[in-house]
Ligand binder design. Sequence first.
Ligand code: AGP
Length: 620
Amino acid sequence: MCGIVGYVGHRDVVNILINGLKRLEYRGYDSAGIAVFNEGAELICRKKRGKVRELEHSLSEEPLSGKVGIAHTRWSTHGAPTEINAHPHFDCKKELAVVHNGIIENYQELKDSLIMEGHNFVSETDTEVIAHLIEKFYENDLEEAVRRALKELHGSYAICVVHKNEPHKVVGARLDSPLVIGVGKNENFLASDIPPILEYTRDIIYVENGEIVTLEADNVTIKNLDGARVEKLPEKIGWDIGQAEKKGFPHYMLKEIFEQPEVIKRIINTRISGEKIHFDELKISDEDLLKPRNIAIVACGTAYHAGLTGKYMLEECTRTPVWTDTSSEFRYRDPIVNEDTLMIVISQSGETADTLAALREARKRGAKILAICNVLGSSIARESDGVIFTHAGPEIAVASTKAYTAQLATLYLFTIYMARLKSALGEDKIKELLDEFKTIPSLLETILLRYKAEGNEISHYAKDFKAYYEKRHTKSFFLYLARNINYPNALEGALKLKEISYISAEGYPAGEMKHGPIALIDENPWVVCIVTKSRTYDKMRSNIQEIKARGGIVIGIITSGDEHIKSLNLNYIIEVPQVHEFFSPILVAVPLQLLAYYVAREFGYDIDQPRNLAKSVTVE
Ligand code: AGP
């Protein structure tokens, strides 16, 4: 997920582009670049590795100016975050420049055929293919060349393109990646999102899939891929800039919770074609994946909870022994790890010190290291033998949400991939699982739709808890109970609540209650029970009866339409759609995130930047 900006008008384009990129930095910040037409209508480019301020600094040393240009801030998906791979990308003669947000899935075969036709490629990116394709079709009509090039692309894109022969124009297009037009007086804007534009105009046009836009200072034309004009009127936007960066959500955490269907859809589009699962960036061969006789999964915090769920998945489907550990324990306990171990390290940031040290420890002992990571170019990604990226996009809120479900989704696909490799599951079973997995984005949308509106049930439960907490003189706390593949979610639910609401909370395997924690049950604790349809459903029902019998307050996360559970008089109910038990953790994660969010909001805490925490813990 990158950010792009385009401008044609009367103002200093460099200023507009740099400010625009800064407002899109939440979308990606590992390199940035611009291309502008200077007063002499020459096309000048500048790119820098790192945050937008690095580019800004270089422009303050060697200024550029002009009235037309495009810009990009990057979140690497193909090719490490280097200056070469930074956008804009060019054709062979450096006459046209492209900035792109999205993933071109068929870029390798297009690249191979363009090289056969004599094109020279300089970067490792998928995006550069677009520049050479437009060059191939260019006959002094940029819009037409873009239209023909787009017809060759598979995947997602939002692009802005300029050509030296048409220095008063910016051409843009979109398929699945967001793009908006800002309509001004003698100036017009293109951007991945509204924040870069709001300072200059509130007249916005949303570009739809399959539309091509040509911007000139005094004109905007929109056409479909067949070249037919599309008439559209601008909408007036009432948000302030802060609101816009959060897409109108009050916090990044809530925005990122609502991004999860899109993230899982992107993973499905990137990883599955037909019944085939592919991890193109994974530099560990199938042969080497088959060699280890046991799998170790090591991580910290939320990533550890994803790993623990991965253990249930992998053992069930591949019959390979899997053990898990937190990185800080693993690195100091002299672990039994050797050539027979496939070590999976999981990290959103890829910079967590304990996980990096655990990785190095395991490497010293001969293990093969596979990283599941969200940040390209991060230390953990670079130091592993192989990496699978989770494509969740930048996660700004400290409390991890979309990165967690992206880790679960990636572990599901890796599990099915390994089960196929080991012939541990038949093709029919694999097809059944993949078909069910592809329904996850819409099931997530169903949950989020139900709990979207202000004043939704979960926000009410949070209000009730706050009142109860104050009435009971802060003695109330939370317990999270679950069984089997949802047990890690009980840990995750408790962590989410602790880290943003500072309320004491503990996750427990429900079967352990009788061995101690049930002593805590009286009218103080609020007990979240994950009791969706599963092989341990009846056991969970008994646990709930034991808690209710001792006056405990129960929030039940249940399968929609489960009338049977309602006979237990749960105090509060949160419903998730019916899904195969195997996949239920990815759905159940969402209400756990929302409950923590609304409780923290009731207490008025800084949800995106909770006290004492950092987004990436780079120290021991
Ligand atoms: C989760 O919400 C926390 N931010 C924290 O527990 C986090 O999961 C942990 O620090 C691991 O971070 P990583 O995934 O970047 O390695």
